[in-house]
Design a protein around this ligand. Sequence first.
Ligand SMILES: Cc1cc2nc3c(=O)[nH]c(=O)nc-3n(C[C@H](O)[C@H](O)[C@H](O)COP(=O)(O)O)c2cc1C
Length: 277
Amino acid sequence: MGLFVEQFAAEVVLLSANKPVFFLLAYSAAPRTKRSTESRLLRHASAPPLLTCISDHCGILWVMAASELISAEGETMVVDATQRKPRILLAASGSVAAVKFANLCHSFSEWADVRAVATSASLHFIDRASIPKDIIVYTDEDEWSGWKKLGDSVLHIELRKWADIMVIAPLSANTLGKIAGGLCDNLLTCIVRAWDYSKPFFVAPAMNTFMWNNPFTERHLIAIDELGISLIPPVTKRLACGDYGNGAMAEPSTIYSTVRLFYESKAQQGRAVVTLR
Ligand SMILES: Cc1cc2nc3c(=O)[nH]c(=O)nc-3n(C[C@H](O)[C@H](O)[C@H](O)COP(=O)(O)O)c2cc1C
C-alpha cells in the first residue's frame, strides 16, 4: 500500500510539474464521496484534466492531498529542505493506535525536527519513556502552566508558528469531530484552530469499524477535506478490540513515507519556482 502511494504520487508530480499545483493521490476504501473529490478537483482550476482519467482507470477514489505552491494569500511558498530540517508537529489523540506513537516519533526524528503533542486521552496509550529524549511532548497542562500573565507567550500559538507540517496520528473520532466543527478545548485542537492551512497537514484516523462506518465520519472527513487537511486512510485488519474491519491506523512506515515524500516533492517544486524567477 505504502509503495503504491509513493509510486503513484511520483507519477503525478511529473504530470503536474509545469503547474502550480501538486497532487498526491491514494487508493482508499474510505467512505468518501466521489462527488466531493470531483468538486475538489474543480476548485483547483489548474489541475491537469488527465488526473481525473487516472483516478477513474486505476480505481483511485479521491484526492488525498493537494497543496499549492501559491498560498491562499497569493504568496509563493518556497520550502528549501537544504536550509534546515523540516519542523514537524506530531500529535496523538486518544485512539488505541497511540501505542504506536513512540514508533512514529522515532521514524520522524531521524529526518525532521520533531515536537510532539498528546491529548489527555492519548496518554493512556503512550509509553512516554519510549519517546526519543530530544522530543518534547506537550500536553494540556503545559498550555496552562506556561502562561502566568498577560504578555506571556501562548503555547498553541507558538507551536503553530514553529511548525512547517502538522501530523495527527492517530486521529480519534472525537478529535476528528472537533476539528470538523472548529472546536478548540485542548492544546491540540487550539493548534488546529489557529493553523495556517497553506502549510501541509496530515491526519491518520484510527477507530473501531463501527465508528469509522458511522455517518458522522463522512461528514467530518468532507469538512476537513475542505480545510485542505490530507487524509492518510485507515486500513482493514483485526482491531485491538478483536473486531475485524476498516478503521485501523495506517502503518507508521506508510505515514512517515507519505509525509516525507510530500514534503520533499514540494521542496523540489519550490526550488523550481525560484529558478524560474
Ligand atoms: C480503551 C479505549 C480505547 C479507545 N480506542 C479508541 C480508538 O481507537 N479510536 C477512537 O476514536 N476512540 C477511541 N476511544 C475513545 C476516545 O479515547 C475518547 O473518545 C476520547 O474522548 C478521545 O479524546 P481525544 O480526542 O481528546 O484524544 C477509546 C476509549 C477507550 C477507553
